[in-house]
Design a protein around this ligand. Structure first.
Ligand code: ARG
Length: 404
């Protein structure tokens, strides 16, 4: 009996060819394993396709809840955004897929797992490092990294082996999609000077066609987690879907930027991430109201580290647990409601409130009811400015007159 391998199967060309290739080159029985993280394909059809190509088993796992609760919301609470632009949608799904692959391999008695990543991207790093961090004894195969076929050769291989090509004309782009966003690469967008064509986008219509009137939405948070939209309580999946629709309708969430990959390549990346953008902005605003200045400053550093770590495939590490502990502790009072205005591609916070707000009207006001004691300010300033004054008195003149 041949050994088994669990293959992360999307139903696309590369992973379909991989089913055949793993059998032919490695003599492995392939268990096709598809994960639903809000990808929306037709899973029964995908299962059927895998079996038809020759998989000995085809499994589908609905991992949307785990994706949201264990990966997306922790990243949101952390404020993790890679290079200040990318909400890490693809990057967050990879460690979860790797974990599920490992669990399935153990359950099925497989000695190896496989994925369809090429050797040029970040996803191979995330899969391989995650699997290694969880089950170092498992072998990892990456057929599309090994076989050295061009796209045309892959299609010819598929035709030679009777592997069905996608019925619809293949999109000219390479797409990866989940609840937290849609990543679009390749095609004409490989020229960083060219504007991404309208047909690259699925969730956002062209700005010319978005509603002519702004729409206001309210997002409720409890301890850093979004729990309600416009006063209606929702679970994480429904809430993200709702915001993808609402913000998408107004053209909010388009990202187009030059990204630095782990493997050293600069690439032009285009994303649609309506819900992620709205939630990150709202969450950050609520933190401004409920965290101290020092907490906010330090948390920004944590956010940068957290984002890099997710991007670089280091989810299953002690470092992440350490960062997570700080983030968790920081969220105790990040509860309240944020009001946003969506209009023609822009999303602005226009109001916020919280039972734990550190904003005090009686301290901030210039009107009646002011309780701030202005007579205490000169004394405070006298001491606060003491080092600056001392230094200016002793060293100031010398500096101006030259070093002698
Ligand atoms: N650059 C992004 C990342 O590394 C997205 C990669 C998405 N893959 C794709 N097939 N479009 O996370």
């Amino acid at each position: 009996m041949a050994d088994k391998v669990v293959l992360a199967y999307s139903g696309g060309l590369d992973t379909s060819v991989a089913i055949r290739w793993l059998k032919e080159k490695h003599n492995l029985d392939v268990i096709a394993f598809s994960v639903d993280v809000g990808t929306e394909p037709d899973f029964p059809a995908i299962r059927e396709k895998a079996l038809k190509i020759g998989a000995v088993k085809a499994l589908v796992s609905d991992a949307r809840k785990a994706f949201v609760d264990e990966f997306v919301f922790p990243a949101l609470k952390a404020g993790a955004v890679y290079q200040g632009r990318y909400p890490l949608s693809t990057a967050l799904a990879r460690p979860l897929m790797a974990r599920l692959l490992v669990e399935t391999a153990i359950k099925e008695g497989a000695k190896a797992v496989a994925h369809g990543c090429t050797g040029k991207g970040n996803d191979q790093v995330r899969f391989d490092v995650s699997v290694a961090g969880l089950a170092p004894e498992l072998k990892i195969l990456a057929p599309a990294r090994d076989w050295g076929m061009t796209r045309d050769e892959t299609i010819q291989y598929a035709q030679r082996h009777g592997i069905p090509l996608p019925i619809t004309a293949e999109s000219p782009y390479s797409i990866d999609q989940n609840l937290w966003g849609r990543s679009i690469e390749c095609g004409v967008m490989e020229d960083p000077w060219l504007e991404p064509p309208d047909d690259a986008f699925l969730w956002l219509g062209p700005l010319e066609k978005t509603p002519g009137k702004p729409e206001y939405i309210e997002i409720g948070f409890e301890k850093g987690i979004p729990v309600a939209v416009d006063g209606r309580k929702m679970d994480g999946i429904a809430l993200i879907q709702r915001l993808n629709e609402l913000a998408g309708k107004h053209g909010v969430g388009r990202i187009d930027y030059i990204e630095d990959r782990v493997v050293g390549i600069k690439s032009r990346e285009v994303y649609e991430t309506p819900a992620a953008l709205v939630l990150l902005q709202a969450h950050q605003d609520l933190e401004a109201m409920t965290l101290s200045k020092e907490q906010r400053r330090f948390k920004q550093m944590v956010a940068g580290e957290y984002a890099d770590l997710i991007y670089n495939g280091l989810w299953f590490t002690s470092f992440r647990e350490d960062l997570e502990a700080y983030v968790e502790s920081s969220q105790s009072f990040v509860s309240g409601t944020v009001r946003l205005k969506l209009f023609k591609g822009s999303c602005q916070v226009v109001g916020r409130k919280s039972p734990y707000s550190l904003y005090r009207h009686d301290l901030a006001t210039y009107d009646k009811g002011d309780v701030f004691d202005q007579s205490a300010s000169p004394g405070f300033i006298h001491i606060w400015g003491l080092p600056a004054r001392t230094q200016a008195q002793v060293q100031g003149k010398k500096k101006k007159g030259g070093s002698k």
